[in-house]
Design a protein around this ligand. Structure first.
Ligand SMILES: Nc1ncnc2c1ncn2[C@@H]1O[C@H](COP(=O)(O)OP(=O)(O)OP(=O)(O)O)[C@@H](O)[C@H]1O
Ligand SMILES: O=P(O)(O)OC[C@@]1(O)O[C@H](CO)[C@@H](O)[C@@H]1O
Length: 329
């Protein structure tokens, strides 16, 4: 596998869809104490959101990426700068107001507390403009990564209908969301889904603790015509079910700076494997290494090839589930 970054014009073009983007305000502090004054040692504010993070990683890898979604005009400048810096085509629909600011408090232990705001409330005209933009983009793009929560005003069912229509048009849809949006979106049978263990538990309506419970829930999704069910387990790695069966990965131990964006990086890595027509083992190893490295920094970004290859060599891939993948151990 060549992890070298080169833009390949023969690859399918990707649209990253971020319906509720965010500026992430990250603060690092030694220990967070609820209900008291906490002093942040270092802070940063950067454009993010799941789809924007996926777009950035894919663009850094060398993919041709268009980004869309619903972006507030009042604080759009940092997003526009990011898109121009990484050569990402900006197809965001502009809406009135400011996109949300999500607060991420990172403790020295690596524990992260996310305080995610609801974002702008979009109008029915905004939703109609979004739908038009999405299907206009479908005329020239083959792969769609729909990632993140939905703003108020955009119903989970509408998002699920978009996934269904894209699928009917033969597009590959990778879907990563949560709560009601995830529940509805799964009924549209996207090509790939990437819940983490908590999201899969929420979808099931009960806490999934053992490997057998996680597998059984994922297998239910697979039988619902979802060709790739990828469950991420944080430091315990990844389990991926497709027509060839289960495959598991275990990342090496990493020095955690912030885990925010690790899941998005995993999704971008899986998408990159598909774009390069890598086999399942290669794709999973690459995506696992890339996501493991994501936790060593604030925000997302692709490390240099040397570090990536070194981490790749330490990723374990197996047809047998590692004992440590029990989510509660
Ligand atoms: N502490 C860690 N050490 C090594 N790798 C990690 C660690 N945390 C996450 N990863 C890697 O990142 C992948 C995705 O992480 P995780 O399961 O936390 O996703 P997520 O909950 O969707 O993340 P987020 O929503 O914060 O982006 C994991 O499957 C693993 O490969
Ligand atoms: O509210 P959503 O859309 O589910 O999540 C938003 C978010 O937490 O996801 C990214 C990390 O995955 C962050 O950049 C962003 O703040």
């Amino acid at each position: 596998m060549n992890t070298q970054v080169t833009r390949n014009d023969t690859q399918p073009k990707v649209v990253a869809v971020n319906l509720n983007p965010a500026l992430d305000l990250t603060g690092s502090l030694s220990v967070l104490e609820a209900g008291t004054v906490n002093l942040v040692e270092r802070g940063s504010l950067h454009p993010a959101g799941k789809g924007v993070n996926v777009a950035r990683v894919l663009a850094e890898l060398g993919a041709a990426v268009t980004v869309t979604g619903l972006l507030g005009t009042e604080n759009q400048d940092p997003f526009c700068e990011l898109f121009s810096q990484y050569g990402i085509e900006d197809a965001f629909v502009r809406v009135q107001g400011a996109s949300r600011i999500n607060v991420k408090l990172v403790e020295a232990s690596g524990r992260v507390s996310d305080i995610n705001f609801p974002g702008v409330t979009v109008s029915q005209d905004d939703v109609a403009a979004m739908e038009n933009k999405l299907f206009e983009l479908a005329e020239q793009h083959e792969v769609f990564v729909i990632a993140g929560s939905l703003p108020a005003g955009l119903s989970p069912q509408v998002c699920a209908d978009w996934i269904k229509r894209l699928k009917e048009q033969g597009k590959k849809v990778l879907f990563d969301s949560s709560n009601q949006a995830l529940k509805a979106g799964l009924t549209a049978s996207p090509w790939l889904v990437k819940p983490n263990d908590e999201e899969l538990s929420a979808w099931c309506g009960k806490t999934l603790e053992t490997p057998a419970e996680l597998k059984s829930a994922a297998e239910t999704l697979y039988r619902q015509d979802i060709a790739n069910v990828v469950v991420s387990l944080g430091e315990k790695g990844v389990m991926w079910l497709d027509e060839s069966g289960w495959l598991y990965s275990q990342p090496p131990g990493m020095e955690v700076v912030s885990t925010v964006g690790a899941g998005d990086t995993l999704v971008a890595g899986l998408c990159w494997g598909y774009l390069n027509q890598w086999n399942k083992q290669e794709t999973l190893a690459f995506a696992t290494a890339l996501s493991a490295l994501a936790v060593t920094q604030i925000g997302v970004g692709v490390p240099d090839a040397g570090l990536l290859n070194q981490t790749l060599e330490s990723v374990q891939i197996s047809n047998q589930q590692p004992v440590g993948q029990n989510v509660n151990c």
